[in-house]
Design a protein around this ligand. Structure first.
Ligand code: NDP
Length: 342
């Protein structure tokens, strides 16, 4: 069957497409302009006609996806800005929300569509509570929406992104719930935290890395680039998942009947960047022989897991095929990837 993947040239989407093609699916990817497809056509050349690209210039327009969506069996919507810096929060919120609504509205018109996967985030789940509790699929990041509503451009930078993801996801559930009695498909929402791992999409230089792998690079490989102090690097942490699991989770979310209608927090565990720094320094042989001078940070100093989750639901639904890479494997593969790029 044929799957439409939006934002095909992004870090996550390129891996989702690769995994789908490897599993025998046909894939139609959307990009904003012709040039963004050149590298993808090269890396997926071996899949021949099973991979095609279409241009959707402005995802926020009503009907933008009407052509792209014709004849597909399922959709994975990943196109959405992931930046932790924006002046006006609408720079993030408009494409996130209107893009999601636009493609869902087109999806309502496709006969026999089976499933719609929305790539949301734990950014749409967590809030900073005085008394943190394990967050679950029942939680929405209302705090970020309130901050942006009350403070506009002056809202916390991270909240601007979190609000874009929370509002987009809520809009999706609302539209789906309002129409589900009369449609052939169901909605699955995936909520991963920080995604790390090797890169297959096109980047011109480390400064063009996407937000999550760029943060890893600026913390573990080149802390002098990221403007963080050693103490900050040691203590900064969150939850994480390897990109290859995010890609596989998309495939499983298509395949598992019981995923229909579910919101799924998918994650591997907690990290602090100091964890990754300690692991990078301990790898033998070093995957980066040309820079034996990896930063040391504050060896052994562990950050606190800031955002605890109860992520026990997803493994039950997605099943035992979802085997996680270890921090060691992810670190080795990321360093080897950076080494290869010089
Ligand atoms: P990338 O920046 O690598 O990819 C973003 C993709 O979205 C690109 O294809 C980009 O296209 C497209 N996009 C961004 N803004 C717009 C817009 N205004 N109109 C149309 N397309 C747009 O980031 P990721 O791959 O990391 O992010 C992809 C998705 O994954 C996002 O939805 C993000 O929220 C989600 N996510 C990512 C996590 C992570 O740690 N990386 C964690 C959790 C969720 P273009 O190149 O043309 O700008």
């Amino acid at each position: 069957s044929k799957i439409l993947v939006t934002g095909a040239n992004g870090f996550v989407a390129a891996w989702v497409i690769r995994k789908l093609l490897e599993k025998g699916y046909k894939v139609r990817g959307t990009i904003r302009s012709e040039g963004k497809g050149v590298h993808l056509k090269k890396i997926f050349a071996e899949h021949g006609d099973n991979f095609e690209l279409v241009i959707v210039e402005d995802i926020t327009k009503d009907g933008a996806f009407d052509d792209a969506i014709k004849g597909v069996d399922a959709i994975a919507h990943t196109a959405s800005p992931f930046q932790l810096v924006a002046d006006d929060p609408q720079e993030l919120i408009t494409p996130a929300v209107n893009g999601t609504i636009s493609i869902l509205k087109s999806a309502l018109t496709v006969p026999n569509l089976k499933r719609f996967i929305l790539l949301s985030s734990t950014a749409a789940v967590i809030s900073l509570l005085p008394d943190p509790k394990p967050f679950t699929e029942a939680d929405y990041n209302e705090q970020s929406i309130e901050d942006v509503k009350a403070n506009g451009k002056k809202a916390n930078q991270v909240n601007k992104y979190c609000a874009s993801k929370t509002l987009a996801e809520k809009a999706a559930w609302e539209l789906y719930n309002a129409n589900k009695a009369k449609i052939s498909w169901d909605l699955v929402v995936l909520n991963p935290p920080y995604i790390f791992g090797p890169i297959i999409h096109e980047i011109a230089s480390p400064t063009a890395l996407n937000t999550s792998t760029g943060d890893w690079y600026n913390s573990v490989v080149r802390p002098d680039m990221g403007g963080k102090s050693l103490d900050e690097i040691a203590m900064v942490g969150n939850a994480w998942i390897d990109i290859r699991e995010v890609a596989l989770a998309h495939v499983l979310a298509l395949q598992k009947e019981e995923a229909g209608g579910e919101r799924l927090i998918i994650l591997e565990g907690d990290f602090s960047y100091q964890n990754f720094i300690d692991i990078a320094n301990a790898l033998k042989p070093s995957p980066i022989p040309s820079h034996t001078d990896l930063p040391k940070g504050n060896p052994g100093k562990k950050g606190k897991p800031i955002f605890p989750y109860d992520a026990s639901k997803a493994p039950k639904i997605l099943g035992p095929e979802l085997v996680y890479h270890t921090k060691e494997e992810t670190t080795r593969d990321m360093l080897a990837d950076f080494e290869r790029r010089g």
